[in-house]
Design a protein around this ligand. Structure first.
Ligand code: NAG
Ligand code: NAG
Ligand code: NAG
Ligand code: NAG
Ligand code: NAG
Ligand code: NAG
Ligand code: NAG
Ligand code: NAG
Ligand code: NAG
Ligand code: NAG
Ligand code: NAG
Length: 427
């Protein structure tokens, strides 16, 4: 006789890392209620959505290898912002984290749980909600497709959400619309080259830890002026890091060590493909399916294993004492006596300038502060979405504040300058 095993999971969003933790309980014919903690709906619709079917806010699709789920989630945790996204799940360790690997409506969150994902009778893959908001995912390509009735959208084992015609042709896929995660098999590069409207497909960082809206950094391939190609991270369109030239097997400035991982045998196989219509990089790993790259909101590119993203492949930010990666394009030093290194800390300081400009991200704030030697610290004006700047000079002297309401500041670290001064005084 077969024993039926129910896999039961609940999840919550870990505030500091944006990834989602979950606990998985394997139960034999037992049901426990933990509704409050589900970031994705408990009710699973297998891996495929058909024409006329709706996936409600509390439901989700699950890839057949149970590594990925597609559903609505909140970010920040507990907020009413609802996003449709794909989450990668850690299957073996109950306390491991979830990672958001794709977001459908990063710039247009729904604001309640009335959202549904569906394929209409006309063949439109869309999200809409009770307030009349509707977001179409598959514009253009599906038009005029025959036998719409047999269209279906499936969450594949690769983490790709794919709308196919009844004949199996791909009409739309999430891999063509990357968020901040580069999954295996996803292609980054230039497409539709002959169309007159070439598409540059790249990763785009989130604007802050918890806001999936467009951030400051992008990762893609450069325009290879000398018939060379390389991976490049741009900060607001300006080259921030490059991988060095591709020699057919690997990149000049990206060593095997940069891409190795303590936990396992990764062996990443990058490949470049080019014809008259498209040119792109993709990669796969022979031994591990659960790895991917994530470009985070501060421009650090992580290699992730399941949901733990603790291997920085690219880090051009020396602020936390990390070694700067080969290939970083460092800005011109400011020559400020206190140096250009900022440390994240909680401190009470006197603000002297507010820039409520919503298109400024934290990395812009840093650049403005770094180059003004009067500026001792900077911070985000709106930490939740990482927009706007505050600049500080001098310690706060008022009586009313306590340590607990000190906010996160990035303070110019004057250790070096201090020791230089001490030397001068001694002489
Ligand atoms: C996760 O759970 C496993 C087994 O229950 C345990 O050995 C491990 O220490 C836990 N890890 C963390 C980070 O809590
Ligand atoms: C979604 O769009 C359809 C039209 O396709 C509309 O009839 C419906 O009221 C909208 N709202 C919901 C919640 O389905
Ligand atoms: C849908 O697919 C099934 C099985 O592939 C086929 O029998 C049916 O005729 C198709 N219907 C339409 C409208 O294409
Ligand atoms: C292209 O090659 C020429 C000659 O070798 C060199 O001067 C130029 O800097 C190269 N351009 C780029 C973008 O590497
Ligand atoms: C990685 O795994 C493959 C296949 O199991 C093995 O042949 C190879 O030697 C391993 N490499 C390392 C560095 O462990
Ligand atoms: C590396 O990836 C390319 C493209 O996906 C593939 O054609 C090739 O067979 C892979 N190499 C190995 C050794 O698997
Ligand atoms: C390029 O695209 C055109 C139009 O889609 C297609 O006809 C042609 O076969 C493609 N070329 C290659 C090499 O795939
Ligand atoms: C806001 O910041 C952006 C980017 O630095 C800049 O282009 C724009 O002019 C600023 N807008 C205002 C109103 O200052
Ligand atoms: C630098 O900061 C000071 C405040 O200490 C401010 O008065 C000045 O305008 C700033 N300079 C620039 C170029 O932003
Ligand atoms: C700071 O926190 C303390 C208690 O933690 C509170 O009494 C005080 O009002 C707070 N000040 C501000 C400005 O929020
Ligand atoms: C500056 O950095 C050093 C080394 O990390 C640290 O010991 C020191 O406390 C920092 N100073 C400030 C003001 O944060």
């Amino acid at each position: 006789m077969e024993t039926k095993v129910l896999h039961f999971r609940f999840t919550w969003i870990e505030h500091s890392t944006r990834t989602m933790k979950r606990c998985s309980v394997v139960l034999h014919w037992l049901v426990v209620s933990c509704w409050l903690f589900f970031p994705l709906g408990v009710s699973s619709l297998a891996d495929t959505l058909g024409v006329g079917q709706e996936m409600k806010d509390w439901e989700h699709l699950e890839s057949s290898n149970v590594q990925f789920q597609l559903g609505f989630f909140s970010s920040p945790s507990g907020s009413t912002n609802r996003y449709l996204g794909i989450l990668a799940q850690e299957f073996y360790y109950p306390n491991e984290t979830y990672e958001v690997v794709w977001v459908a409506n990063a710039a247009n969150p729904l604001t309640d749980s009335s959202g549904v994902l569906k394929i209409t009778q006309e063949g439109t893959l869309m999200i809409n909600d009770s307030r009349g908001i509707s977001i179409t995912l598959n514009s253009e390509k599906y038009l005029g497709m025959p036998s719409i009735n047999n269209m279906s959208a499936r969450l594949d084992d690769s983490g790709n959400f794919v709308l196919r015609s009844s004949g199996g042709n791909i009409l739309w896929q999430s891999f063509d619309h990357p968020s901040n995660v580069w999954l295996q098999g996803m292609k980054l590069g230039l497409f539709d080259l002959k169309s007159g409207k070439p598409q540059h497909r790249f990763l785009t960082s989130w604007s802050s830890l918890e806001d999936p809206d467009t951030g400051d950094f992008t990762l893609g391939i450069d325009e290879n002026q000398n018939n060379t190609k390389q991976l490049v991270v741009w900060k607001r369109g300006v080259v921030y890091w490059s991988s060095g030239f591709w020699n057919g097997y690997n990149f000049n400035l990206l060593s095997e060590h940069d891409l190795s991982y303590d936990l396992g045998n990764f062996s990443l196989n990058f490949s470049y493909f080019s014809n008259e219509n498209e040119s792109y990089f993709t990669y796969n790993s022979f031994y591990q399916s659960n790895i991917w790259f994530r470009l985070d909101s501060s421009g650090v590119l992580y290699l992730c294993h399941y949901s733990s993203c603790d291997k920085a492949v690219v880090n051009c930010n020396p602020d936390q004492g990390d070694t700067v990666s080969t290939g970083c394009v460092m800005p011109k030093p400011s020559k400020c006596i206190d140096g250009d290194v900022f440390k994240e800390t909680r401190q009470l300081m006197k603000p002297y300038l507010y820039l409520p400009n919503s298109s400024l991200g934290l990395s812009d704030c840093k650049e403005i502060c770094r180059t003004n030697c009067s500026c001792e610290a900077y911070a985000s004006l709106n930490p939740s979405d990482g927009s706007g700047c505050i600049f500080y000079q001098g310690l706060y002297e008022g009586p009313k504040y306590t340590w607990s309401n000190a906010s996160v500041l990035y303070v110019r670290n004057n250790t070096l300058a201090g020791s230089v001064l001490a030397l001068i005084i001694q002489q």
